[in-house]
Design a binder for this molecule. Structure first.
Ligand SMILES: N[C@@H](CCC(=O)N[C@@H](CS)C(=O)NCC(=O)O)C(=O)O
Length: 234
């Protein structure tokens, strides 16, 4: 397919600006990673709300872009070789946007790999573990009598926060002075843990002052403030 309009997703969520990158998302911790990155880079884009209330993520049009039925996903009309590129998995999208714009990833090879390392740490650790803690603390799992599953994710979340805290004791951001896609991946999840999930006390968040300091700096960034509300929930 060479035109955005040929993609089934664009038939269900038509592009007003087909020359711009199309974002299909919802402001969840995984979704806002990408809207924050787009706001930080200044890349022109158009966002489309994928509503879980109406199970949009299970629609054939959305599944044609992401068979894994999860937001975020993008469709870039100006992908590699000038062809449209469809992409899902927030970590892959962040990396793609960083390389496309040359922003928020170090140019030197070692710095680039270290940034990818922390991005993977988020994708494989922080996101899944904090997410499970949310299930057992705030959602359906909170009514389970057996607290061992919850306690397992509390312990794992504390351990991960400890790793972050140790690093951030000597660094402004995950990669030092440079603010990168690793920060954009990690801090929406930390914010969610202590905010929406209300698990700050449970994980003893006051024991991680360096994480709290970096989180405060993150949420104060104008692009982050904007990105946290995109796409607008109707
Ligand atoms: N590893 C994926 C996870 C994405 C993910 O879990 N998205 C959630 C919202 S935060 C979702 O779309 N859930 C809908 C569903 O499972 O039906 C990524 O980072 O993009």
């Amino acid at each position: 397919m060479t035109q955005i309009s040929e993609f089934p997703i664009a038939q269900k969520w038509p592009a007003q600006h087909p020359e711009r990158l199309q974002l299909y998302s919802l402001p969840t911790p995984n979704g806002v990673k990408v809207s924050i990155m787009l706001e930080e880079t200044g890349l022109p884009y158009e966002s489309h709300l994928i509503s879980f209330e109406t199970n949009d993520q299970m629609s054939p049009a959305f599944l044609s872009l992401n068979p894994n039925n999860k937001i975020p996903a993008i469709l870039d009309p100006n992908g590699p070789d000038g062809k449209p590129l469809a992409l899902f998995e927030s970590g892959a999208i962040l990396l793609y946007l960083a390389e496309k714009t040359g922003q928020f990833i170090p140019k030197d090879a070692a710095g680039r790999y270290e940034t990818i390392q922390w991005l993977m740490f988020q994708m494989g650790g922080v996101g899944p573990m904090f997410g499970q803690l949310g299930f057992f603390h705030k959602f359906a799992g909170k009514d389970y009598e057996d607290k061992r599953p919850r306690d397992r994710y509390v312990a794992e979340s504390k351990r991960l926060l400890g790793v972050l805290n140790q690093l951030l004791a000597t660094r402004t951001w995950m990669m030092g002075d440079a603010y990168t896609i690793a920060d954009m991946a990690i801090f929406p999840w930390v914010r969610n843990l202590v905010g929406f999930y209300g698990a700050g006390e449970l994980v003893g968040f006051e024991d991680f002052p360096h994480v709290a300091r970096a989180l405060a700096a993150f949420v104060a960034r104008p692009a982050v403030v904007r990105g946290l509300g995109i796409p607008t929930r109707s």
